[in-house]
Design a protein around this ligand. Sequence first.
Ligand code: HEC
Ligand code: HEC
Length: 263
Amino acid sequence: MARTSRKANRRHPLATVVLIAIGLAFTGGGYALFSSTATADTSTATSQATVEEGSKLFAANCATCHGMNLEGTTAGPSLLGVGAASVDFQVGTGRMPLAMQGPQAMQKPPQFTEEQTAALSAYVASLSPGPSIPTDSQLTENGNATNGGELFRINCAMCHNVAGAGGALTEGKFAPELTGVESKYIYEAMLTGPQNMPVFNDHNITPEDKRDIITYLKYIQNNPSPGGFELGNLGPVAEGLFIWIFGIGAVVALTVWLTAKSN
Ligand code: HEC
Ligand code: HEC
């Protein structure tokens, strides 16, 4: 009898393990549930607040020209479908809000902080979808500069010059110099085609090709050419060497031929 009661009181050896496992599952599950609902709540709350802030900024600074519902007025085009990328480009480079009418919206120091620009972009994108702002992974500069250079010469050089130095267009417009432009704005310019620039969507120039073009522009920015024929970019050595080898070679050959004849 004593033996059986002792056996009944003794816990199964696995009981503690099972108990701990159950406990862990409950805390872990509860925590996951709690934290996921918490983050979901805050992110929707912030994006809502961002859009509202953007709406206020837009009404105060942009609506006179672009209309209260982005429909456009005689003073500015409709912004329906231009997307966050276009707003980020125009406001981030200081082109918008437009200061004065002219052949082309000029770049000036940005009037809004990064947060305000993001709010304006979010607001415009919330009313009608369009190209979004490129992510950091689309902007890495370690693409293929050779491929980028070829694409640049085919698609961009006729306006921006082979070295990205910029150039004049008709009617007082111009294609700006591209050295020193942030990668994000290069990407957005291709995506949205500001003013006289054509749009290069992802079918014309894939995101990888856009990255290669950015890599090329950053490459020529960091390795400017001194000018003249580059002859493999070796500088004056290449031209001097050419004269030494072929020029002096020709003189020697001529002397040998002349002396051989006189004999
Ligand atoms: C004084 C009038 C005026 C004001 C104010 C103004 N814009 Fe513009 N905006 C224009 C005009 C005009 C253009 C067209 C420029 C062009 O293409 O030559 C334009 C173009 C744009 C574009 C490019 C549209 C496209 O097709 O990609 C965006 C985006 C834009 N504006 C956003 C804004 C935002 C955001 C504000 C407020 C911060 C603003 N603008 C304030 C007149 C204005
Ligand atoms: C038909 C001529 C034309 C072609 C082709 C063209 N662009 Fe442009 N680009 C322009 C003009 C004009 C502007 C100025 C727009 C403005 O000020 O709103 C511009 C602006 C830009 C800007 C903004 C520069 C700044 O200072 O903010 C970038 C970046 C750019 N172009 C890159 C490119 C790239 C890359 C290509 C080729 C894939 C290209 N462009 C092809 C005419 C052109």
